[in-house]
Design a protein around this ligand. Structure first.
Ligand SMILES: Nc1ncnc2c1ncn2[C@@H]1O[C@H](COP(=O)(O)OP(=O)(O)OP(=O)(O)O)[C@@H](O)[C@H]1O
Length: 970
């Protein structure tokens, strides 16, 4: 195998090839297996290789070129996705394969392979990735072909923080010096050339591996939370293959293909990847370029008017691969787990959109010697024509087409310059306006800031005051609670004293009621005695009414029957005798009974009268005393309670007043706070908006400036390259003319020189036009700086003002602090005064209570004494009465019983006609009399017993004493 550098020009010819067919970008999905961190996570991604779809939770993405699950093999991916493209490269196509996906999903694994794997065989080794495999594949293919000459070159660059760095450049050289540029291949529109990166010729796969290793070591990686060795840059490895082969016709065919293998940095969520500081900036840049890539894909798939390739280095580099003449394959990598769901969805959406990008693959033209000579001859002919025309017209000949072209170009350039100038003016105007706005807003902001500061300070003051007032309130509340408790206690004592007095009253009432209960019994006794008396009188009257008719009847009988009279005279006489003896006895006994009853009654009356009198007077006295005591206690309690209620009301009122004040203060504070918050928020919002607007304007400006600069540099480049081309052409023509016709005249040289100078002139003119724009640009930059300076000055002024306002605020703050202190002192004074008054009142109440207690004690003693005296008096009276009563009762008892009095007579008289009824009546009356006697005796005994029991009064006194002891204050 022999490889040699091809020394021929690589000009290409389009006209000979048919229009290329459009083909979509091929998109494949690869899901990696779960890693150690995801063991417990749920698998949510499922692949269906037959259906070429990916199922993620409930969503389905389909129609992908290929779909690979976690168990997919590196060799399968290479065979199905890359092999054909490598073959296309060898046919002269440009092919791009890039891996896109969330960080840690296997992009590097897919592109480069597992660690230490690149040595294996590309068809069988399982770990080897796409890059080493394709290198090996290319060399094995090339070495297998006969009759060809080829050269393989390798370039390896990385895009890190929007800078391009050559990974194959010498490490001794400073990285900054290695920065390389991208520009469009003037020979092939849309094709981007990397300038400044080393293109190292490689002879075998081992060379590739060595360089790959060297580049990979240089590439920036870092540990993130999601990948221990995360790529922090996009890497682009370009393998260019140039093949020269001899056709059977004897013609020489030159083919040039490029394989671009791109390993993108991971699309990542900065928060989740744990990126901080430098890493966050890296992540920001990575995401910026990926976003730009997204925008390019969007514009390509929605037929947008402008495809923003220039937004980032990555998109500029991939310009030819996305929507250009390359054959492109995207491998989107995914994690299978639930925790990466959002990122997986985003990757799938990205991939799905990218599927619709249409490319126009173009083979880099095969060039043979014949065509080349034809081209040269054409060119020579044209130059000769130009020369001839120049000689004839004494000037430079340009054919109409060229002239029109140049004119058009000039026009467009002029237009571009005019529009750029206009844009610049507009931008300057805008900047001025914005600077004015900014300064105005700064003023507002300064004021708002001052106000916010003052409000904040006032708020802080109010908060302090509130805290202090709260403390004072708490103390007051505590005092108030203590007073309230003391008042409640005294109220309780007063209530107890009142209830004791009420109890005493009740006891007095009970005694009165007891006495009143005795009264009816005594009345009963009197009634019975009266009844007895009446019955005795009735008996006497009935005897009087019975005896005369009997006498009359006897006399009548004596008169009517002398015989029977005489017979009965003895009996009558004896009866008369008997009757006359019996009647007086009965009468005496009745009289005696009546007398004794009467005397008992009189005595009872006397006792009763006395009792009643004494009870009445004593009860009256007692009631009076109790009433007096009760009234005085009630009065004292009432007055104490009223005073206490008044004081507590006053205290409550004061507390309420303070609470009201506090509430008002609190409300004021709330409003102030809300005002302050609102002001702060609006100020912050304004500030944010200003800043954002500023940023946007700045960005816009910068972008405009950059695009302006870029267009200027492109213009420059274009003009330069055109000039170069023309120079080259002129030189070549001269050379060819020298070769062909040997000895051209000096005139021709002069003409050539003239041509050169004309071209130079036009070039200079264009240069001048461009450089005339530069002062405006410099002025713009200067004015921006000036505005910046002014802004700085106004900020300084504002700072000074802020310091002054701050001083004023401090003074105000001190003044309000002093006011608060005075109000606190006043409050403390009021509080101590209230406390003194309350204490005085309490002392007064205490002494009144003591006096009341003493008075109650005295009253109780007096009552007790009176009751005792009464008991003694009663005791004195009662034994006598009792004796008399017992005697009367004994007399009553000793009075003849029913049987004693009427037992015999009953037998005799019951059978005797008219007398029978009268005797029965007498018997009944006697019975009633006896019963009433017993009742009188019982009630007298009960009354005596009750009058003899002083325990109730004693217990009453004891209770009063005990309760009055409790009423004393602590
Ligand atoms: N298909 C796979 N089979 C086995 N292991 C894999 C597979 N894909 C990825 N891995 C492993 O997962 C880890 C992360 O992969 P890799 O570094 O390729 O991710 P990445 O997408 O390049 O991440 P970053 O964007 O952060 O550079 C590596 O240890 C790699 O070996």
């Amino acid at each position: 195998m022999a490889s040699s550098v091809v020394h021929m020009s690589e000009k290409k010819k389009k006209a000979s090839n048919p229009a290329p067919a459009r083909s979509n970008v091929a998109v494949a999905i690869r899901v990696r297996p779960t890693n150690d961190q995801e063991v417990k996570d749920t698998i949510v991604v499922r692949t269906d290789p037959v259906d070429r779809s990916v199922h993620i939770r409930t969503k389905i993405f389909n129609n992908f070129e290929r779909v690979y699950g976690p168990s997919s093999l590196q060799s399968d991916i290479y065979r199905e996705l890359v092999k054909k493209q490598v073959e296309d490269v060898l046919r002269g196509y440009n092919c791009t394969i890039f891996a896109y996906g969330q960080t840690g999903t296997g992009k590097t694994y897919t592109m480069e392979g597992g660690e230490g794997s690149i040595e294996g065989d590309w068809e069988t080794d399982e770990c080897t990735g796409i890059i080493p495999r394709s290198a090996q594949h290319i060399f094995s293919e090339l070495s297998a072909r006969d009759g060809i000459e080829y050269i393989v070159r390798l370039s390896y660059v990385e895009i890190y923080n929007e800078e391009m760095i050559d990974l194959l450049g010498s490490t001794a050289v400073d990285e900054k010096q290695q920065h390389i540029r991208l520009f469009e291949d003037p020979a092939k529109k849309g094709s981007i050339v990397i300038s400044g990166a080393e293109e190292v010729p490689v002879r075998c796969r081992d060379d590739v591996y060595r360089l790959l290793k060297q580049g990979t070591e240089k590439r920036r990686t870092a540990e993130t939370l999601m990948n221990k060795r995360s790529s922090r840059s996009h890497s682009v490895l370009t393998i260019s293959v140039l093949i020269r082969e001899q056709l059977p016709t004897g013609e020489e065919l030159v083919k040039q293909g490029k394989l671009r293998l791109v390993d993108l940095a991971g699309s990542e969520n900065i928060g989740r990847s744990g990126a901080e500081g430098k890493r966050a900036k890296e992540a920001g840049n990575i995401n910026t370029s990926l976003l730009a890539l997204g925008r390019v894909i969007n514009a390509l798939t929605t037929n947008g008017p402008h495809v923003p390739y220039r937004e980032s280095k990555l998109t500029r580099l991939l310009q030819d691969s996305l929507g250009g003449s390359s054959i492109t394959t995207i491998i989107a990598t995914l994690s299978p787990t639930n925790s990466n769901y959002e990122e997986s969805i985003s990757t799938l959406e990205y991939a799905h959109r990218a599927m619709n990008i249409k490319n126009k693959p173009e083979v880099n033209e095969n060039v043979n010697k014949k065509d080349l000579f034809k081209e040269y001859a054409g060119q020579m002919e044209r130059l000769m024509r130009e020369l001839k025309a120049a000689r004839e017209k004494n000037g430079v000949y340009l054919d109409q087409e060229q002239y029109d072209d140049m004119d058009k170009k000039m026009e467009t350039q002029k237009e571009t310059i005019a529009s750029l100038e206009e844009q610049l003016e507009n931008t300057l105007e805008l900047i001025k306006k914005h600077m004015a706005d900014i300064s105005l807003m700064d003023q507002y902001y300064g004021k708002a800031y001052c106000r916010v500061r003052s409000l904040e300070e006032r708020l802080a003051l109010r908060v302090d005051e509130l805290e202090e007032t709260k403390l004072a309130m708490a103390k007051e509340q505590h005092e108030h609670d203590l007073t309230k408790r003391a008042l409640n206690r005294s109220r309780l004592h007063a209530d107890e004293a009142f209830s004791v007095a009420t109890g005493n009253n009740e006891i007095g009432w009970e005694a009165i009621q007891e006495l009143q209960r005795i009264h009816p019994r005594v009345d009963c006794i009197i009634e019975f005695a009266n009844e007895n008396k009446e019955r005795g009188e009735e008996l006497a009257r009935s005897i009087d009414s019975i005896v005369p008719p009997m006498r009359e009847e006897n006399e009548k009988r004596m008169k009517d029957g002398e015989e029977s009279v005489h017979k009965s005279i003895d009996a009558v006489e004896s009866l008369k005798v008997a009757v006359s003896t019996e009647i007086p006895t009965t009468r005496t006994s009745i009289d005696t009974a009546t007398e004794s009853v009467e005397s008992a009654l009189t005595r009872l009356d006397a006792i009763d009268g006395k009792c009643e009198e004494t009870i009445e007077t004593k009860t009256k006295e007692l009631i009076e005393l109790i009433e007096n005591g009760k009234a005085s206690i009630e009065f004292v309690i009432h007055s104490a309670l009223t005073r206490l209620a008044r004081k507590s009301e006053e205290a409550v009122n004061k507390v309420e007043e303070m609470e009201k004040k506090n509430e008002e203060m609190r409300k004021e504070m709330e409003t102030l706070r809300a005002d302050a918050r609102g002001a702060i928020e609006s100020a912050q919002k304004k500030r944010r908006e200003n800043r954002e607007e500023m940023e946007m304007k700045k960005k816009e400006m910068m972008e405009m400036m950059t695009s302006w600069m870029e267009s200027v540099s492109t213009l420059n480049e274009k003009i330069e390259s055109e000039q170069m081309e023309k120079d080259e052409k002129v030189a070549e023509t001269l050379q060819t003319m020298g070769d062909v016709e040997m000895g051209w005249t000096d005139q021709t040289d002069e003409m050539c020189e003239e041509l050169k100078s004309v071209m130079k002139e036009s070039n200079e003119k264009t240069y001048n036009e461009i450089s005339s724009c530069i002062p405006t640009l410099v002025g713009m930059v200067g004015s921006t700086e000036e505005y910046g300076k002014k802004n700085g000055e106004s900020i300084d002024e504002w700072k000074k003002e802020r310091t002054i306002v701050k001083g004023e605020m401090m003074e105000k703050h001190c003044a309000s602090l002093a006011t608060v202190m005075t109000s606190i002192n006043n409050l403390t004074e009021i509080h101590s005064k209230t406390r003194e008054i309350t204490m005085e009142e309490l002392e007064k109440i205490n002494s009144t209570m003591m006096k009341t207690k003493e008075k109650v004690n005295e009253d109780m003693k007096r009552v007790e004494k009176i009751v005792k005296d009464e008991i003694e008096k009663m005791n004195e009276i009662l034994p006598k009465d009792e004796e008399q009563t017992i005697r009367v009762l004994k007399e009553m008892k000793s009075a003849p019983t029913e049987e004693e009095l009427y037992g015999e007579e009953e037998e005799e008289e019951r059978g005797e006609g008219d007398e029978e009824n009268g005797e029965r009546d007498t018997f009944q009356k006697k019975k009633q009399l006896r019963r009433s006697r017993f009742r009188v005796r019982d009630s007298i005994l009960v009354a005596r017993e009750e009058l003899h029991s002083p325990n109730k009064i004693l217990s009453m006194r004891q209770r009063v004493e005990e309760e009055s002891e409790d009423t004393s204050f602590d």
